[in-house]
Unconditional design. Structure first.
Length: 511
């Protein structure tokens, strides 16, 4: 009788867990598709140039004299709204881009993005080989979105059967408007962010579920394989992305080993929070992915030398002053700078999202021991100060002219997972979130996404300042698939409601 009850309990728990994972994945998928269908092609920074580069890489060519379709040669015209807030996206139609053909043309392609690691561009560029015009551009966007969802799906699928609150809230808080606009565009910054989020989530699950690791079952082996795969993907996402692999894997290792030494006072023992085998395997992942990442950047280093980057080095003091004087704006950009950094969400969205993000980090860090606090604060200092300072010091270091906040996006999205994992492992307890608090969090983030989406849609349909010159919506811009946008908005809202319901069931049956 007891066995029958236990098996029934296990059945319902497994059923609820499957539905919860599916609803979380659907929510993130729909919010990405919602943004993909409401942002004009070329409305995200450097998207036309990256689309050209993707076609060159996918077709097996090298930069120099490359043969590209005519519609891609004139793709920079799609960025006609960049840094011109009064311009609506209808300027794309007026540019004459839609009259270009799919006829290949030979042109010199010595651009600023030459030499970037090729894996991301190879896959994203495939639609441009078989389609043309708007279909090809959106095809590349969909492939970019699909790559993001693969990374995210691995994290959700391999999350341990406990601490679902951390999985849900860390994901929801990290998926900001800036995250979604870049992951759904032809831009490696978005892929880098997606890899950072997934790597941090898999690491959190690995550390939290150490029992399965100690039992030597197959689950920890699968997790390590996934961690290795995503580490490799991150290391070749952009120039010097492998540096982020070191930071994301190293931060919890440092904190947990340090916490163990502080509590046990036995330096000869690696610790009760992390096993010797676990740390050895993760360090091996760092080494291998770092080596592959370094090798993949050989072409980029040659390009930097040709560009004369070394002659443009700033002094460390000047770089530090530049970053610190703009520190608040650089930090807040993670919560919603859109397009070409030429418009932001409403102010209340920026303030609310930043308060939730840093409030959650504070909750994790406030009751931890000194070593864990130093690790979390140090990670934030590296993300928001050191990397920007040294990036600005050597222009082009992370792939652009000076520092832009999206360069550290992979670290920004990883911090909630890493801090939550340190909290759970150090205190040996799951993160508890009431159903009411979770409902409020999901509701607020949905409202913030919708508000930002409407604001962005207004910018491209009417222009800034809103309603100054127009009293009607201009729907003749690209994309004018407003029916598709409404569909994904409805699906995103519906999946969020389902997610809340599944979270309630998970909490009732026992997290």
């Amino acid at each position: 009788m007891m066995s029958s009850k236990a098996s029934r309990f296990d059945y319902f728990r497994e059923n609820y867990e499957t539905k919860f994972r599916a609803s979380l994945f659907a929510t993130i998928a729909f919010v990405n598709l919602m943004w993909a269908s409401t942002t004009p092609i070329g409305g995200v920074a450097d998207e036309p140039a990256y689309a050209i580069y993707a076609n060159v890489i996918a077709s097996g060519q090298n930069f120099g004299d490359a043969s590209i379709p005519e519609y891609l040669q004139y793709a920079p015209a799609l960025a006609c709204t960049a840094f011109n807030p009064k311009a609506t996206a209808d300027c794309q139609r007026r540019s004459g881009w839609f009259s270009t053909s799919n006829k290949p043309t030979v042109t010199s392609m010595d651009t600023m993005i030459s030499g970037y690691p090729e894996p991301y561009f190879y896959f994203v560029g495939q639609p441009s080989r078989f389609m043309s015009g708007l279909h090809a551009m959106y095809g590349m966007r969909l492939v970019s979105t699909f790559l993001t969802l693969i990374m995210f799906g691995l994290m959700v699928l391999l999350w341990p059967k406990k601490n679902y609150a951390l999985l849900a809230i860390a994901t929801i808080v990290a998926v900001t408007p800036m995250f979604t606009t870049f992951t759904t565009a032809v831009n490696p910054n978005g892929f880098e962010m997606a890899c950072g989020l997934s790597l941090a989530g898999l690491l959190a699950g690995l550390h939290i579920d150490r029992d399965s690791f100690d039992k030597r079952n197959n689950l920890w082996k699968i997790r390590l394989i996934a961690i290795f795969f995503i580490s490799l993907s991150l290391s070749v996402a952009k120039p010097l992305s492998y540096f982020y692999v070191v930071l994301i894997i190293g931060m919890p290792l440092f904190a947990l080993i340090g916490s163990s030494l502080v509590e046990t006072k036995m330096p000869r023992v690696i610790g009760k929070f992390i096993s010797k085998l676990e740390s050895t395997l993760l360090v091996s992942v760092i080494s291998i992915s770092g080596a592959i990442g370094y090798i993949s950047n050989s072409k980029y280093r040659d390009v930097l030398e040709l560009r004369g980057t070394e002659s443009e080095v700033l002094s460390l003091g000047a770089s530090a002053r530049s970053i610190l004087s703009n520190f608040a704006s650089y930090t807040i950009e993670h919560f919603g700078w859109l397009g070409w950094r030429d418009h932001t969400p409403p102010l209340w969205v920026l303030i609310t999202w930043a308060a939730i993000y840093f409030g959650m980090i504070y909750f994790f860090a406030r009751i931890l021991n000194i070593c864990s606090k130093i690790s979390i604060v140090g990670f934030m200092f590296i993300t928001y100060a050191l990397i920007p300072i040294f990036s600005t010091r050597t222009l082009g270091l992370l792939g652009g002219a000076g520092f832009q906040s999206r360069y550290t996006g992979a670290l920004f999205v990883s911090l909630p997972f890493l801090a939550g994992a340190i909290y759970s492992v150090t205190l040996k307890k799951n993160i508890r979130v009431t159903v009411l608090d979770f409902r409020n969090l999901v509701g607020v983030t949905v409202l913030m996404h919708f508000s930002t989406l409407l604001w962005s849609y207004s910018r491209y349909g009417i222009g800034f300042p809103l309603f100054k010159n127009k009293l009607w919506w201009d729907l003749k811009w690209v994309p004018d698939y407003w029916e598709v946008a409404i569909l994904f908005c409805v699906l995103y809202a519906a999946s969020s409601i389902v997610l809340i319901g599944q979270f309630r069931k998970i909490q009732v049956i026992g997290n």
